[in-house]
Design a protein around this ligand. Structure first.
Ligand code: SAM
Length: 471
């Protein structure tokens, strides 16, 4: 039966327990008394069990739903303030031997050009990303032990960290590659990666096997237990997620929470991030051929319910989503967004024409990084290029305890402002810089500790005079 400490994924993300959870949630979707009790528990900001959280997701009482949204927004503010961390994906190779039916990189797709970047091409991509102002990347690659062996990924990470161009370096490389062995995870850790990200795609085992009919990714157990192996290999920041649209969203939500519960119970630290991708059109992929698409309202509710159930986790939304959708979920719990992304291999240095179709999926938000930074600041958010926690070794449970203590505000707020200042000085348009300077002047006064505030003000002045990268 369900035991979050169990070392075996198929025990902890148990199909029967998920079905029982959904039945319990259905039966209580209008149970005002129970829903109020769960909301009161959520107000303690210690999270919820998958059963409790699933009741909130199923809740159909409009006034209670408004309470859920308001609480999600407040928890987001309490844990993450108004900072939004910025990143960009970097596609290294679209060679892939898997058969994922929703992904155009699948082996049988002979129409898309297969590209694998050389180390020189990676350098060009990194320079193009640095020229925009990015400091944090998420590496993406298909699974192909011949074309993209781990050695290639490791060499690429080394290359990325080594590129010194005008205003500094890429400071954090997160990695989204296929499930692998403990030894390989240890090598990734030694290469200095930030978060290891792997989407479960779906927690429904039967569907998973049908959606991944061929290739190593077909193995549900291997895929589902990847985060346990990653943590055994020493990686303590892991990012989970599902691809919404493949299965029933409430099933996936319960699975995600059980995964988070398991990581916390068995490994001592929950997921550093949870991503909420939705399936998008791609070369030979029509999202309407999947039956479980979710509308914007449902999507917003999922984000709010993740925020309430796992208050400390970062929530990531990509440029798969439109500006208006992103705007809505930023309020409800999202703490990291990508900007100016390209999902084609080599797409930063050589943007491909719109009809070239080698991108992994279509993007809904195609704005420049400057436009996104401007938009965030207009809404009162602080776009943050900060990577300090990772660089200072505040990962895993050290990050979580900082986050859970609420002290993250004292520490992260000034760091975010300093990295924003660097961005404004080095990359922003005059108008973005103008509103950014005003924002910084306002926000720096909110740093609670006088000593920290004074240091931050001195650092901001030094950045103004040309210094960079305070640590
Ligand atoms: N090869 C790795 C793996 O197997 O997990 C990694 C990465 S893949 C480049 C990154 C993610 O893109 C996948 O995990 C999947 O969730 C997502 N993805 C694939 N096809 C998509 C589509 N058509 N629309 C939206 N997201 C998609």
């Amino acid at each position: 039966m369900y035991d979050p400490k169990s070392p075996h994924a198929e025990d902890f993300i148990n199909h029967d327990e998920i079905l029982a959870t959904l039945a319990y949630a259905d039966a209580n979707a209008t149970n005002a008394e129970l829903i109020d009790t769960i909301i009161t528990k959520a107000e303690l900001r210690k999270g919820l069990s998958h059963r409790e959280a699933s009741v909130l997701l199923a809740c159909t009482l409009e006034d209670r739903n408004q309470k859920i949204y308001a609480l999600a927004e407040q928890i987001k503010k309490d844990f993450y303030g108004n900072r939004i961390v910025m990143f960009a994906p970097l596609y290294l190779s679209n060679y892939c031997i898997n058969g994922c039916v929703y992904c155009p990189y699948h082996l049988k797709n002979k129409r898309i050009p297969r590209i694998k970047l050389s180390q020189d091409e990676i350098r060009r991509e990194v320079i193009a990303l640095q020229d925009m102002g990015h400091k944090r990347l998420a590496l993406e690659a298909g699974e192909d032990p011949v074309n993209n062996p781990l050695e290639y990924i490791l060499e690429s990470i080394k290359t990325i960290y080594s590129v010194k161009h005008k205003n500094g370096v890429i400071r954090r490389v997160n990695v989204n590659i296929a499930a692998t062995t403990v030894d390989d995870y240890r090598k990734l850790k030694d290469a200095g990666i930030g978060t290891y990200i792997l989407f479960q795609e779906t927690y429904h085992k039967d569907s998973y096997e049908k959606l991944h009919p061929t290739g190593p990714k077909h193995d549900y157990k291997w895929h589902t237990e990847a985060m346990d192996r990653a943590m055994q290999g020493g990686i303590d920041d892991v990012g989970i997620g599902v691809l919404f649209g493949l299965e029933r969203y409430r099933y996936e939500y319960a699975g995600l929470l059980m995964h988070a519960e398991h990581l916390e119970a068995a490994m001592g630290v929950g997921p550093h991030t949870i991503s909420v991708p939705r399936i998008k059109a791609a070369d030979d992929v029509d999202p309407s051929s999947f039956d479980n698409g979710i509308n914007e309202d449902t999507f917003a509710k999922i984000v709010a319910c993740i925020r309430i159930a796992v208050p400390y986790t970062g929530i990531i939304i990509s440029t798969r989503e439109s500006q208006s959708c992103r705007e809505r979920v930023l309020h409800l719990g999202v703490s990291q967004i990508s900007g100016a992304s390209r999902t084609s291999v080599g797409g930063y240095a050589d943007p491909e024409p719109d009809d070239a179709k080698s991108e992994q999926f279509e993007l809904s938000d195609r704005r420049t990084l400057d436009e996104i930074v401007h938009w965030l600041m207009n809404m009162g958010y602080i776009p943050s290029f900060c990577t300090a926690c990772y660089r200072e070794g505040r990962t895993g449970d050290r990050f979580m305890s900082l986050c859970k203590s609420g002290q993250i505000l004292n520490c992260c707020h000034p760091n975010a402002l300093m990295t924003l200042k660097e961005y404004l000085m080095d990359y922003a348009s005059p108008e973005t810089r103008r509103i950014g300077e005003e924002l910084i002047a306002r926000e720096i006064e909110k740093v609670p500790r006088e000593k920290v505030r004074d240091i931050a003000k001195r650092n901001l002045a030094a950045i103004n005079d040309g210094q960079r990268d305070f640590r």
